[in-house]
Design a protein around this ligand. Structure first.
Ligand code: NI
Length: 395
């Protein structure tokens, strides 16, 4: 695709672009500078750019010489409310905000693919749509971009996530279930507050909350069919202000994960029943708000096969890793509800002891930048394999 010299030049550009994004991360729905940088780079490549799609989203189409399918490639662009601790020379300069999920990597990889393909218009039968999506972390970006028509005319969609426990140079994926459905629960346990020395005169929501949290753990172990998968994790507890006061209420929030629709459908009733009846046993009341957030990422068989074939041509079949699905969520799932697609992982971990790498959402998260050119080449190869004009009489 490129001479060694051209590849080195592009890689240097990608690293510089990514480090700039890394220094100035922006939270979900605030991606103003990031979007401007992306749009400017796409315009330099001669592509027509649409901005303000679904918030701060940016979209560009590369239309081939001949008609053909439209294939979308998607990257997410937002950062997280985490204070970076890496001490990298290009560490975040925005207090309390960090690209700790590597969406700066995804953005740069997709721009790299655009750079590799921009000069190939004459070799393409079909259209490539580059989708730069805001607000993935807040799980609102994909939905809003779809509402703004980003999938109109799209036949297939592909996207990736960097993966710190997979060494750089490797690519991983699987057909079928890949990322879990992700839901949020909010539980308010109300009792009757009073003096800590007189619990008999109170209905203690602290003790009720402790029992509810423990009781919720029995849903996965006792109510989900063994072999099926689910997670119920409580992530926050807020209640009380003083050591000697029984508060009137306690608030809990948590995350609920599942793979199958059947399991997912059962979870709201189970959580509601366990929480409310355990609270009632403690003379308290539990109100459960179950918020459906993201469907599971389910990879289309044919798209998965195509992605794997192209990826293996780039990294070699020995560097393809058949994935185990994760309980992590990803709003790429919204696109897959509309069109067939495949989501995959790009290795960004160290070559040795990848399992000891600091994971996604860690303040110490570091990505191996060797992944940038690899990821861009995988995307570009996929497009040339899918849309490349086959020469008649060629070999
Ligand atoms: Ni992410």
């Amino acid at each position: 695709m490129l001479t060694e010299q051209e590849a080195n030049k592009l890689e240097a550009e990608l690293i510089a672009f990514r480090r700039d994004l890394h220094r100035f991360p922006e939270l979900s729905n605030e991606e103003v500078r990031t979007a401007a940088q992306i749009a400017a780079r796409l315009r330099e490549l001669g592509l027509p750019v649409k901005t303000g799609v679904g918030g701060h989203g940016v979209v560009a189409d590369l239309t081939g010489k001949l008609p053909g399918p439209t294939i979308a490639l998607r990257a997410d662009i937002d950062a997280l409310p985490i204070a970076e601790q890496t001490n990298l020379p290009f560490a975040s300069e925005v207090p309390g905000v960090m690209h700790a999920c590597g969406h700066d990597v995804h953005t740069t990889v997709l721009l790299g693919a655009a750079a590799l393909l921009a000069g190939s218009r004459d070799r393409l039968a079909g259209t490539v749509r580059f989708i730069f999506q805001p607000a993935e972390e807040s799980v609102t970006g994909a939905k809003r971009m779809i509402a703004d028509g980003v999938l109109e005319g799209v036949d297939e969609i592909y996207g990736l996530h960097n993966w710190p426990t997979l060494p750089a140079g490797k690519v991983s994926g699987k057909p079928g279930i890949f990322h879990a459905a992700t839901d949020r629960i909010e539980i308010v346990i109300s009792g009757r507050g009073g003096h800590g020395s007189m619990p008999d005169q109170c209905h203690d929501p602290i003790v009720a909350a402790a029992a509810v949290i423990t009781g919720l753990q029995s849903i996965v172990s006792r109510e989900i069919t063994p072999g099926q998968h689910a997670v119920v994790s409580i992530g926050s507890i807020h209640g009380g202000l003083a050591n000697n006061v029984i508060p009137a209420s306690v608030e809990l929030t948590g995350t609920v994960r599942s793979y199958s629709d059947k399991v997912r459908e059962q979870l709201p009733e189970r959580i509601e029943r366990v929480a409310s009846q355990i609270a009632a046993a403690h003379r308290c009341r539990a109100e459960v708000n179950y918020i459906h957030q993201v469907h599971a990422v389910i990879n289309d068989e044919q798209c998965s096969r195509r992605l794997r074939q192209s990826a293996e041509r780039v990294v070699g079949s020995e560097n393809w890793v058949e994935a185990e699905p994760t309980m992590g969520g990803e709003d790429f799932a919204f696109y897959q509800l509309e069109v067939p697609g495949c989501f995959f992982w790009l290795g960004t971990g160290p070559h040795e002891n990848a399992e000891n790498a600091h994971g996604l959402h860690s303040p110490l998260f570091v990505a191996d930048e060797a992944c940038l050119l690899t990821g861009a080449t995988v995307f570009a190869t996929l497009i040339l394999d899918r849309l490349g004009i086959k020469e008649e009489g060629g070999d």
